[in-house]
Design a binder for this molecule. Structure first.
Ligand SMILES: Cc1ncc(COP(=O)(O)O)c(C=O)c1O
Length: 404
């Protein structure tokens, strides 16, 4: 049994001074049972140490924010170099322009970029750009898709009023008839459609786009004068080094990135087509520490590594091996585990496990072995996962299956 003394004590302290103890995706409401780590001490590569000194092999990568492994040496060196000059100033640093240039070089359809701190900052900003450009009110999204914390799209119930979602219409992922109906019933009213590259809802297996989904979505948006916005916040740089639209072979009008972009340093970016540049400059965008040269230096270095080491391909191949082996292992024990979604960010699903009982049990047993597997959120592979750590994890997973 792992020690939990510090973790319990911190949880108690947190509950006194932080509403709910901790919040967001690590809140007790959506968080994991006591078997899992709840507070982190330090992390390096693919492992982290919790506040009680327990070591974990990590498959969540800070919920996707870490792509090259915790404390990647090249990124940390670049960040330390930048720190000698400072981080947040009155004005942007040269690195702001360099980062925009880099994104435009990498992302085929993009001719400009803006920056913020979180994915939500820019998914919300991007729909305002769509409204500004089209002079239309409606935004279409997929049911159950997460785009951030703002009232037009958040998954919670608190603090919302009806008008927050008055101009948001939802359709079932992959249902093109429903999407077409929305356009037919709202002629010249839809400013944009915002979608993730594939459907990665929490508490459910991931669903890939059906054949020609993207081709049709692109066509429907273009023929109706609406913008196609890609929310690549979670997926960016794990599917394709040029943005996830390349993986599925289509071109959006705007794309939003965050998570892996800064390898753990807070930064988000929105890129867009040239035609939207004027509208983009008319939609207000700012923030206390948004021109953060340190985070931008981290992102610039991260993107260079993505290119030089072909990281998207690498994490996909590592994930493929891991997912195939884990599925084989499960069938050895007569369980039907499917690793759904792309192999670089798989969502684990036991066939018929509608109440999530089996996956919760498996992840809990895996936690006893020091594996940080999440029972109801997709996992993330980083480029620091090497053959040795993956094989070690599979051996530990075998022990969890044995016990299960
Ligand atoms: C697809 C998607 N969009 C938007 C967001 C919001 O990003 P942030 O939490 O950085 O505001 C997230 C965060 O998990 C996400 O997964």
């Amino acid at each position: 049994m792992k020690s939990r003394i510090q973790s319990d004590s911190l949880s108690l302290r947190a509950s006194k001074v932080i509403p709910g103890g901790t919040y967001g995706h690590v809140s007790p409401a959506t968080n994991l049972p006591r078997d899992f780590a709840h507070f982190c001490n330090k992390a390096s590569g693919v492992t982290f140490e919790d506040v009680d000194g327990n070591e974990w092999i990590d498959f969540m990568c800070a919920y996707g924010a870490v792509l090259h492994g915790y404390q990647n040496e090249e990124i940390e060196n670049a960040v330390n170099e930048q720190r000698k000059y400072g981080s947040v100033f009155n004005h942007p640093h040269e690195v702001t322009v360099a980062l925009a240039e880099k994104l435009i070089e990498i992302i085929d359809f993009a001719s400009w970029a803006v920056f913020a701190k979180n994915g939500s900052d820019l998914t919300t900003w991007s729909i305002r750009v769509a409204r500004e450009y089209t002079n239309r009110p409606l935004i279409v999204k997929a049911k159950g898709a997460y785009h951030g914390v703002d009232a037009w799209c958040d998954p919670g119930l608190g603090g919302r009023i009806e008008s927050d979602r008055a101009d948001i219409i939802e359709f079932e992922w992959n249902d093109l008839n429903q999407l077409e109906d929305i356009f037919q019933n709202n002629t010249d009213q839809v400013a944009g459609v915002i979608l993730t590259p594939y459907h990665h809802a929490a508490f459910a297996p991931s669903v890939m786009p059906k054949e020609d989904f993207w081709l049709n979505v692109r066509e429907i948006c273009s023929s109706n004068g609406s913008l196609l916005i890609l929310d690549d916040v979670r997926t960016g740089w794990r599917l394709h080094e040029g943005g996830s639209h390349r993986h599925f072979d289509f071109a959006p009008d705007l794309s939003v990135y965050s998570k892996a972009l800064g390898n753990g340093y807070a930064i988000s970016a929105c890129v867009g087509i040239d035609e939207l540049k004027n509208a983009a400059s008319d939609v207000f965008l700012t923030g206390s520490c948004w021109n953060d040269a340190v985070a931008m230096r981290a992102a610039l270095t991260s993107l260079s590594i993505c290119q030089s080491k072909r990281v998207a391909e690498s994490v996909m191949a590592k994930g493929r091996f891991f997912c195939d082996e884990l599925e084989k292992l499960s069938s050895e024990f007569n369980f039907k585990l499917q690793m759904t979604g792309p192999a670089s960010m798989p969502y684990p699903w036991f066939e018929g496990d509608e109440n999530l009982y089996q996956i919760q049990k498996f992840c809990k047993l895996a936690s006893k072995q020091g594996l940080f597997f999440h029972p109801h959120h997709n996992w993330f592979i980083s480029d620091a996962h090497d053959q040795q750590s993956i094989e070690q994890s599979l051996n530990l997973a075998r022990k969890a299956f044995e016990e299960m």
